[in-house]
Design a protein around this ligand. Structure first.
Ligand code: SF4
Ligand code: FES
Length: 570
């Protein structure tokens, strides 16, 4: 047996190949490291192990030891320590690596076990794959092909269980398809902290249900749909809308709070159909909130801005920029940036403010954090505004100081990058005193009052980065083409910065990053193209003393909580 390189590793033998794995690794994961696939249903790397599907059965052997002397028993034919193979199969998910442990994953016994388990799972399962929403990502279908017998011996009547059971506002259950893996039950209890699901009845009549008087309506309910290995749990929003193999997947980031959960946006021919979580063990594991999954609806919202307007009249972008230049030339300009803008947009907003010699404001958006994946800071990128130097302090929810400057006549025009100034405390009276240049995606009181309106793109229609609560910079990609009539924010901001008297700037992410790397010390060693899919932590030191709003969440502990936590542990 090879000696592991570190005391934290143990050497196990999988189908004759030795591999060193960290202590505590279960044999499904150990096999995965050697490229061996052990099929499973109930196991999930982020949930407790219950071992109730039996799909992961393997043969297991342990090194033989003389009970009297405790010394290894050597096999005279091989000259190696003899392996005592257990006469019965063992579940790999609940077997953790121990020194010298052997497993066989392809023996006739294992093949027989898998065929038996598949046969049991399928006897009451409906054969409705052609109309099932899970087609294309169904583990039962895949593993029936890979490990099943290939034919059914079941001639009895199948059980009839409830169909189209509404578990909650976003999740529908087809009980006939449920293979009783209990992943959804464990997720609700262990991650969502909402113990709402359980099994009723026994044997093949076991049925998943909500506890009496309860509904699956927590803000994480759709994760049960993601992890259901079959088509039993479906999303009421997505079901029957589109076959998954037609959909293009684009990596993105959840913008509903500063957590920055990693996501995949699924789209086809310019339409987004669903958003699901993307694994990032440092941020969101494999989960995301339901609220973040509905954000794609903003792309097709009836309130989308799709026409450049100057003085209420439909116009061209060139004319709008020229008109903005005339407003800028009069002086007295203030810039309101956004914690929803990307790092690149905030950088260009800062360049525009610098060229104007104007002060930049930001608007905070605070709510209650849920301690899981929605934080108190509902802006995804306040850290980006700090890092790019757009602002030096944390924002407040109201623009009262800007309002006073408007009242005093010091500020006579305001550029708003996507912020509704009216909602931030600048009432209609104040907005009437200034010329507003509004750069944004959706209509609001500010766009209605603006002298110049330039429609831009939603996060689903452009590329960029956000910096989350951990100071982790994360990339998002363009899933669908921009709305006709809207212009990329980077193009608009670069042109406005030039209209403000600044130099001509690149208006694509690549060239802006060349400038960011040269001018923003915290991002100096990076480039957009080489950022890992799971993001990169940057040095938060310069901003460590700021009183950020976030409390603890899944993988985040606020700096102010660290001493207390350390004391508790000590
Ligand atoms: S509904 Fe899906 S996740 Fe829940 S127990 Fe049944 S098969 Fe497992
Ligand atoms: S994955 Fe091991 S018993 Fe289900």
């Amino acid at each position: 047996m090879i000696q592991p390189a570190s005391p934290d590793l143990v050497t196990v033998n999988i189908d004759g190949r030795e591999v060193a794995v960290p202590k505590g690794t279960n044999m499904i994961e150990a096999a995965r490291r050697t490229g061996v696939d052990v099929p499973y249903y109930c196991y999930h790397p982020k949930l407790t192990v219950v071992g109730n599907c039996r799909m992961c059965l393997v043969e297991m052997g342990t090194p033989a030891v003389d009970p009297a002397t405790k010394s290894p028993v050597i096999d005279p034919t091989t000259g190696k320590q003899r392996i005592n193979w257990s006469p019965k199969p063992t579940i790999a998910c609940a077997t953790t690596a121990s020194p010298g442990l052997h497993i066989r994953t392809t023996s006739p016994m294992v093949k027989d076990c898998r065929e038996g388990v598949m046969e049991f799972l399928l006897i009451n399962h409906p054969l409705d794959c052609p109309i099932c929403d899970q087609a294309g990502e169904c583990k039962l279908q895949e593993q029936a092909t890979g490990y099943g017998r290939g034919y059914s011996r079941f001639i009895e009547q199948k059980n009839v269980k409830p169909k189209r059971t509404v578990l909650g506002p976003r999740v529908m259950l087809d009980d006939e398809r449920c293979i009783l893996c209990s992943r959804c039950i464990r997720f609700s209890k262990e991650i969502a902290m909402d113990d709402v699901l359980g099994f009723t009845d026994r044997g093949s009549h076991s049925t998943l249900a909500c506890y009496p008087g309860r509904r699956l309506e927590n803000n994480y309910s759709l994760n049960t749909v993601d992890i259901c290995p079959v088509g039993a749990l479906t999303s009421t929003d997505f079901r029957f809308k589109m076959r998954v193999w037609f959909l293009k997947q684009t990596n993105s980031v959840d913008t509903e709070s500063s957590v920055g959960a990693n996501t995949v946006v699924w789209s086809r021919e310019g339409t987004v159909y669903r958003i699901t979580p993307r694994q990032n063990d440092g941020v969101n594991d494999t989960w995301m909130a339901d609220s973040g999954r509905a954000l794609y609806k903003e792309v097709r919202s009836p309130s989308r801005l799709d026409t450049v307007r100057v003085g209420g009249v439909e116009s061209a972008l060139d004319f709008a920029v020229k008109s903005a230049a005339e407003i800028f030339a009069r002086g007295g300009v203030a810039v309101v940036g956004s914690g929803r803008s990307s790092v690149e947009e905030q950088f260009l907003t800062r360049k525009m403010a610098d060229a104007l010699g104007a002060r930049a404001w930001l608007v905070s958006r605070l709510g209650e954090g849920d301690g899981i994946l929605v934080s108190a800071d509902r802006n995804p990128n306040v850290r980006g505004a700090l890092v790019t130097g757009l602002v030096k302090a944390l924002p407040s929810a109201r623009l009262d100081s800007l309002g006073e400057l408007i009242d005093s006549g010091t500020v006579t025009s305001v550029v708003s990058v996507g912020e509704d100034l009216a909602a931030a405390g600048l009432g209609a009276g104040r907005l009437a005193k200034v010329s507003v240049v509004y750069v944004g995606t959706h209509a609001n009181a500010t766009s209605a009052a603006a002298r110049i309106v330039i429609p831009t793109l939603t996060v689903f229609e452009k590329n960029g980065t956000f910096i989350n609560q951990q100071f982790r910079i994360q990339r998002f990609g363009r899933a669908v083409p921009g709305l006709a009539g809207a212009t990329d924010d980077l193009v608009v901001l670069a042109r406005l910065a030039e209209a403000a008297g600044g130099p001509r700037l690149g208006a694509d992410v690549g060239s802006i990053w060349a400038q960011i790397a040269a001018e923003v010390p915290a991002l100096g060693a990076m480039s957009y193209g080489t950022l890992p899919d799971t993001g990169l932590l940057i040095d938060a030191g310069p901003w460590a003393g700021l009183p950020f709003a976030e409390g603890a969440s899944l993988h985040f502990r606020p700096a102010s909580a660290a001493p207390k936590e350390a004391a508790t542990r000590g």
